[in-house]
Design a protein around this ligand. Structure first.
Ligand code: BTN
Length: 326
């Protein structure tokens, strides 16, 4: 933990109180000049810190920043967030998490960035990642499960995002197979899970999660090939990114523990309840051609089960699903 994080922790443990420069310097074992320098950096980051001659420093307000120490503080998880890496900018949190995974990072490592310069979406698409407003996060997991079960983890993060939107933002969202979260038909969050494995063994899985939280109309790109929205646009209220992230990680942590103990069934049931197209007539565009049928659920490996008109149930492994307009 850096001296800056330690100073923030001191402020947090003594809310609304003045801390003298001398006390801070003693408890951190750094000089008073070093304390003053760190306070200056914190102010530059947007922390409002009052300084009174005979009393010392007092924290008045914190900016909406996702700092490692802020994320870790008060995070109530068994496994997730054992290590948190938070950056002002990176190309893609998935890319960084993958690199950390290859270097042997702990299971449960969380990578967060304020901005991504090359945020990645599914099928090689771009994920718009402007600074200061949304959540871009990747979680490293090392589950001891067969390789073909890895796609099941996508559904864990989907359920956790929808439930966090409800809990923190009072917003009802739906899941769309395989990896979208929608509100009123517009995309509010996307998931990109990537795996590093050999034939029989998973080394690690990266759960990549992007949620449009405080994005305004003007901040969406002019050309998007799907309707998109944000929590701010839907509710009119800004979301505290830190609160959202912590609530999401706590929920995902619980579901991951349950998944390792009980398998896919509980998550699958929750996902099916949140799916916007259950029992609906849909058309699945599979690139080369399309299939029509009724969505009847997920199978044990996370494929979409589509019942065709002749009663036969097909497993859909990839494709774009659209409701059929009757
Ligand atoms: C999609 O819907 O196409 C998936 C979007 C996934 C975006 C997230 S943002 C955090 C993580 N880092 C990335 O580069 N992508 C994922």
């Amino acid at each position: 933990m850096t001296s800056r994080d330690k100073i923030l922790n001191l402020f947090r443990t003594c809310p609304d109180q003045y801390l003298s420069g001398q006390d801070i310097s003693r408890s951190l074992n750094i000089s008073r000049t070093a304390v003053w320098k760190q306070v200056k950096v914190l102010r530059e980051l947007g922390f409002e810190i009052e300084a009174k001659h005979s009393l010392g420093y007092r924290l008045l307000a914190t900016p909406d920043l996702l700092l490692t120490s802020e994320i870790e503080s008060g995070l109530n998880c068994q496994l997730l967030g054992q290590s948190v890496v938070s950056l002002a900018e990176t190309d893609s949190t998935n890319v960084l998490a993958r690199r950390l995974g290859e270097e042997g990072a702990l299971e449960g490592t969380v990578v967060v960035a304020d901005r991504q310069s090359a945020g990645r979406g599914r099928l090689g698409r771009r994920w718009e990642s402007p600074p200061g407003i949304n959540l871009y996060c990747s979680i490293l997991l090392r589950p001891k499960i067969p390789v073909q079960q890895a796609p099941q983890l996508t559904f864990l993060s989907a359920v956790a995002v929808v439930e966090t939107l409800k809990e923190v933002c009072h917003l009802s969202a739906e899941v769309k197979w395989p990896n979208d979260i929608l509100v009123g038909g517009a995309k509010i969050s996307g998931l990109l899970n990537e795996m590093n494995a050999e034939t029989e063994q998973i080394h690690f899985v990266i759960l990549g999660v992007g949620v449009n939280l405080n994005m305004t109309e003007a901040q969406f790109p002019d050309i998007l090939n799907y309707p998109a929205t944000s929590v701010l646009l839907e509710t009119g209220k800004p979301v505290d990114r830190l609160i959202f992230l912590q609530a999401f990680l706590q929920r995902l942590d619980l579901y991951y523990a349950e998944f390792l103990k009980e398998g896919f069934s509980p998550v699958r049931r929750r996902w099916e309840k949140l799916c916007n197209m259950m029992n609906m007539q849909v058309e699945v565009d599979q690139g080369g051609g399309s299939l029509c049928g009724t969505v009847v659920g997920l199978d044990t490996e996370g494929a979409l089960r589509l019942q065709l008109d002749n009663g036969q149930v097909e497993r859909i492994l990839a494709g774009d699903v659209r409701p059929v307009k009757i």
